[in-house]
Design a protein around this ligand. Sequence first.
Ligand code: B3K
Ligand code: ZN
Length: 850
Amino acid sequence: MKDAAPQTIYLSDYTPFGYRVEDVHLTFRLAPEATRVVSKIRFSPNPEATERRFFLHGEDLKLIGAKIDGAPITPRLVEGGLEADVPDAPFLWEAEVEIAPAKNTALEGLYMSGGMYCTQCEAEGFRKITFYPDRPDVMATFTVRIEGEMPVLLSNGNPLGAGEGWAEWHDPWPKPAYLFALVAGELVNHPDRFTTMEGRDVELNIWVRPGDEDKCAFGMDALKRSMRWDEQVYGRAYDLDIFNIVAVDDFNMGAMENKGLNIFNSSCVLASPETSTDANFERIEAIIAHEYFHNWTGNRITCRDWFQLCLKEGLTVFRDQQFTGDERSHAVARIDNVLALRGRQFREDNGPLAHPVRPESFVEINNFYTATVYEKGAEIIGMLKTLVGDEAYRKALDLYFERHDGDAATIEDWLKVFEDVTGRDLAQFKRWYSQAGTPRLKVEEAYEAGTYTLTFTQETPPTPGQPEKDARVIPILAGLLNDNGDEIVPTRLLEMTDTTQSFTFEGLSGKPVPSLLRNFSAPVILQRDSTNAERAFLLAHDTDPFNKWEAGRALAKDVLVRMITEDAPADPAYLDALQAVARDDSLDPAFRALALRQPGEEDLAQTLYDAGRTPDPARIHEAAETLAQARAEALQDLLPRLYAELHVPGPFSPDAEAAGKRALQNTVLGLLSRLDSGAAARKQYAQADNMTMQLGALASLLTIERGKEQAAAFYAQWKEDRLVVDKWFGLQVACAAPQAAAETAQSLTEHPDFTWRNPNRFRAVFGSLAANPAGFHHASGAGYALLADWLIRLDPVNPQTTARMCSAFETWKRYDADRQGLIETQLARILATQGLSRDTTEMVTRIKGD
Ligand code: B3K
Ligand code: ZN
């Protein structure tokens, strides 16, 4: 059992474990209800430790027997593990435990999914496999013997040998227990090979259930491109003779970077043109790269403790974002990343769950695999790179790998390599790791006699536990344009360190138009009084693609905000600017698709709230619909031609160029559908030979409430393909009209295919409900009640996924008293549930606040 009274763990309490682990030998005798795990672990006293309590973590384990140096002992079973009296010298610990993978619905430790055995140990799942010091700073080499009926038996490292019903693996690289993995099943592989820059010939495999073999080629190609990229860009080569990836259907997150044996949610690795959208392909490529890149940033150098999680996650996200930019388009990748950052991280950072990138306390570490740790963590790396420059960044990384290979490191270690390489003092920069909240950056400008002055003021609102904030280092990339749209000052780095700081530009012939925070050079909210004329000007002329897009976005948001708050009509100047972008063939279609995408309703709610207003989701939805209709009408002459021109002929290819065209074509289709009652969408649906176009058509139809027939046909066509069926569940809820969203979700929960214990299926319905703001926040409160019902039901089965989904409620303080009351009732109901997990208790308590 987990602790009855959850305890808070503090960063400041860190002490090293009293013993070192020399090596680990594990034998698994697999059986669904009663797997035996025999461990032989050589311990020795840790000279760096001050305390010598021999405590091994263990949860849900039946202890069969234990020995020290061959002599049977009776350890003391205590809360969360066991204690024993051990020699003050090296000794051999042996234990045998029994576990029941078939009963493990939490999907943490060793569990079964679709008849196969698999594991998930990060963060603290290894303690559900055997008694062990389950903490990332205890690193050891592992040898694993698996005995079982299954034909494929996999673990970390290189194969030692195999025979009928057994296999042995040895991982020569010391690793923490969270990187341990085991898979056993009736699997088939998609094989390939890769020769590293060091000349190592590596066997590669993607292992899947029979029937999924034809969905592995793209993932394999992405893996090989990732391996090459890490060699070329970071000088990092793979270090084992084999690299295995396994797809499993029941998984709490996207994937896991276990050493040499990555385990993937099947939705994040299986791909085919017929069943996967372009967005799926791109995500799969990024996740394969991410997990592979962890081999150096996470595995070879790991974290000293879980407070340092961003050390591996922020850096690895940054690396996968660089990879996506290099493989596809830097501009489009940056815009996509910022959209995700604002949508998830800014939302978190400005609500009750706000926490520093390196938190200082937690109750359940699984609750801290957040957008803040991951995405803001990546932004911090990007800022560092901007501040020190590309060359120093590469030198610092080389030093990091050289100095810390084999270590369990800290943020201090990470910053020190930058200090040593550049001679900079990063003490102030470090505040990005310790202070929560999104800084607001106000800008004022003055122009006089050829001198232009920009004055910035930074302020970060209070966040839970942090009422006061200190000034941070903010890298502001800025350029200046003249009235003709020419760039008169190319991108320059303004390094802000004070609360208020001015920067001057001399020798100008007139007042310039500034382009600030180019490439979104810092994760802040820029507050500058601007006009829509100026925004339209930047949309037309800015040379920085991010800011060009940003100007269009700001324009659209301003128009929408005035429609919502003043009942203003859709601004014709905005519609003209949109027209110009849509027509501009010199722009990458993927960029145009992003520029034509209307700001989301969630984004508008946050914007209104930031401006001191109470957002009304119904009113926001209504204005968004009105604007969408106005956009369609304004572009009506252009749409059919544009749609036809964008057609990508020939066989499907998931490359960025073709995907960009399809993205723009689907955006255009969405607008066209508002004019032709869905005629073009019905045609596209009927003719589609790939999932991007099929799903794009279905989304357009469902949005205008006309897709019932196609939705039924879609299900009939794809009912055997679980990943496509997830899309079918999700889209119906995501596109439902506000008053129908909760009811749609509710009726889908009664569908025979609603296998709610499967996290993908649960998220398809409830993640989509939460992502439909007008539906979820419908004044009836039906969405809140339905989600709460299901969270209460899922919690005892799978606390991790339940806790994660609670964040649907994190924005509750933005809304009116009635909605707040409705949500509070649901939060209280969840908290009052008997036996509520530690995970969910922590999340709901934090969301509720004081
Ligand atoms: N490191 C894993 C996430 C583990 C989450 C544990 N609750 C995947 C990743 O970030 O690559
Ligand atoms: Zn990661």
